[in-house]
Write a protein that binds this ligand. Sequence first.
Ligand SMILES: [Zn+2]
Length: 338
Amino acid sequence: MQTSNISGASPLARRLLAISLFTLSIVGAALLPKASFAQTPTPSTQQVPGYYHMQLGDFQVTALYDGTASLPVNLLHGISANDIQTLLEDMFVPVNKDGVQTAVNGYLVNTGKELILIDAGAAACFGPAMGGISKSLQAAGYEPAQVSKVLLTHLHADHACGITANGKMAFPNATVYVSKDEAAHWLNKETSAQAPKEAQAFFQFAQDSVAPYEAAGKLKQFAAGASLADGVASVALPGHTPGHGGYMITSADQHLLVWGDVVHSHAVQFPNPQVSIDFDSDPEQAVATREKILARAAQEKLWIAGAHLPFPGIGHVGKQDTGYRWIAAEYAPLPAGN
Ligand SMILES: [Zn+2]
C-alpha cells in the first residue's frame, strides 16, 4: 500500500519524522508575526439589544429595556439605613454616590390579534440613560405603528413620557389607556395647580405625554378591574399613585401580572414589603397593596413582570421567612413554530 501510517513506518523513519516535525514547529513559530498571537478583538462599547421574549400560553410577551435610573438609597423608608445597607450587600447590589442602578422596563404583549404595550419608558424626560423603549421595540422586530394599545400602569414620567415624541404620538395608531383614578389626579388642572411646587413638573410631564392622544380622541379612561383586550384585565394596585394598577395577562391558563411599581428595590422590598419609597403618593396604602399582591403572587404562583425589577424583570415571587424573595426567570428558548 502506498499510504502507510506512522505506526507502520520503521523506527528510524519515525524518529526522523518526529525530529523534522519538532524543527518545523520551532522555525514556524519564529517566522509567524507575533501579533497573530497577541491581537485580541476590542471589547464592544454597545450592550446587546434590550429585549427578551417569553411565551405565555398562546401569547408572546416581550420585555423592552428603556434604560436605567439611579435610585438614592435614602428614599427608602421603614427599616434602618444599616439594615438596608446589609440587604443591598447580601444581594450584591452596588451602591455608588447616586444610589443603586434601577432598571426601567416596558412590556409588549402580542396576543396574535393585536400588539399591546404596557408602559412606554421615560423618553427624554430624564436624560440619556433612559428613553430606549422604541429602539428596543424595533430591535425585537416590531414597529411603533404596529402597536394598537398602550396601557399605562400610572402617569409617572418614567412610564408615560415615552408615549410621546417631540409633542407627537410616538405610537401613531395606538389608543392610550389610563385608569380613571389616575387621570383624575394627574390630568386634573385644579389638582395640579394646587400641588406643591416640587411636584408641578410631574403633573406637567403627565399632561404633556397624553396631550396628543387626547387631541386625537385616542385617550381612554377605564375603571379598575376592566377588561381591556381578550386576556388582558386591569388590576387595581393603589398607593404608589392614586390610580396605580397592573395588568393581568392570561392565555391558556397561564397568568402574568405586569405590576408597574409595586417594587422599586428588589433587594430591600421583597424581604421587607413594609419599606416604602419617597415617590409613593400614599406610603401606607402602597405598603398594604404590596403585602397583598406579594402574598397573592406567591400563593397563585403568578408570573410577574416589574417595571423596576432587574431586566427583563420577569420571574416569580417565593415566600421566605417573614417576607418574600424574587426568583428571576431563566433564559429560555421559545417553542418551535414561533
Ligand atoms: Zn416608575
